[in-house]
Design a protein around this ligand. Structure first.
Ligand SMILES: [Ca+2]
Ligand SMILES: [Ca+2]
Length: 220
């Protein structure tokens, strides 16, 4: 019914340490008032210990009466156009839960919506915009008040799924074994100033029996 220009929204999913792949997901998201849900075509590791996400909305297109699609990005508070969040894994979890009211009271709201960015239990990203109310905008002379008929949002979301590595696995090969033990033994003593000190597992400045015990209790 209304002309809505679909805008591309790119979601970049970067999986950090502990996982070996990254996914980039472009998509279009537009509504004329109905709820919209987008799901990523691929999944990320849902077992990450920590998920960090940030979003940037690069463009908001409102389709209004009389004029059709207009770019309203510049009318929106920059603080609403970007943000970051983190949440402890594993998935499922909600990363961003945002109640959008634009413009802010006491002005009459032109757009009200709830935005959720979440990961389901299989690691698929979900972006849902719901409870959307589209009002009107006062564009001033010569157009006056126009009704908002539709909305299209484009931007970028970056997610990092971080799985911290075991500090006892000094060489990062996935096992705590004799190779890590050798690193402790060969590094025995006070850490040299300004130099890497890989044998100092507990990071107290010394490679000593505490680090040795840590390796042994974390063996495997
Ligand atoms: Ca190791
Ligand atoms: Ca130590």
């Amino acid at each position: 019914m209304s002309m809505i220009r679909n805008a591309a929204v790119a979601i970049t999913l970067l999986v950090g340490a502990g996982s070996a792949h990254a996914d980039t997901w472009p998509f279009d998201l537009a509504t004329s008032g109905e709820d919209v849900v987008w799901m990523s075509p691929t999944a990320v590791d849902p077992d990450s210990a920590l998920f960090e996400g940030s979003y940037t909305i690069s463009q908001v297109i409102a389709t209004v009466s009389i004029l059709g699609p207009i770019d309203v990005t510049g009318f929106i508070d920059p603080e609403l156009l970007s943000g970051s969040a983190s949440a402890e894994g594993p998935a499922p979890l909600t990363l961003v839960e945002l109640g959008i009211v634009f413009p802010e009271p006491p002005e009459e709201p032109a757009v009200v919506a709830d935005l959720f960015l979440s990961l389901d239990d299989e690691g698929f990203g979900n972006l849902a915009v719901s409870n959307i109310t589209l009002g009107s905008l006062d564009l001033g002379f010569p157009f006056g008040i126009v009704d908002i008929l539709g909305l299209a949002i484009s931007g970028e979301i970056t997610l990092n799924g971080v799985t911290p590595s075991d500090p006892n696995d000094i060489n990062g090969d996935g096992a705590v074994d004799v190779q890590d033990l050798v690193i402790v033994i060969t590094g025995w003593g006070e850490c040299p100033a300004g130099l890497p000190c890989p044998g100092d597992v507990n990071q107290d400045g010394f490679v000593d029996v505490l680090d040795l015990v840590s390796i042994i209790t974390g063996w495997g």
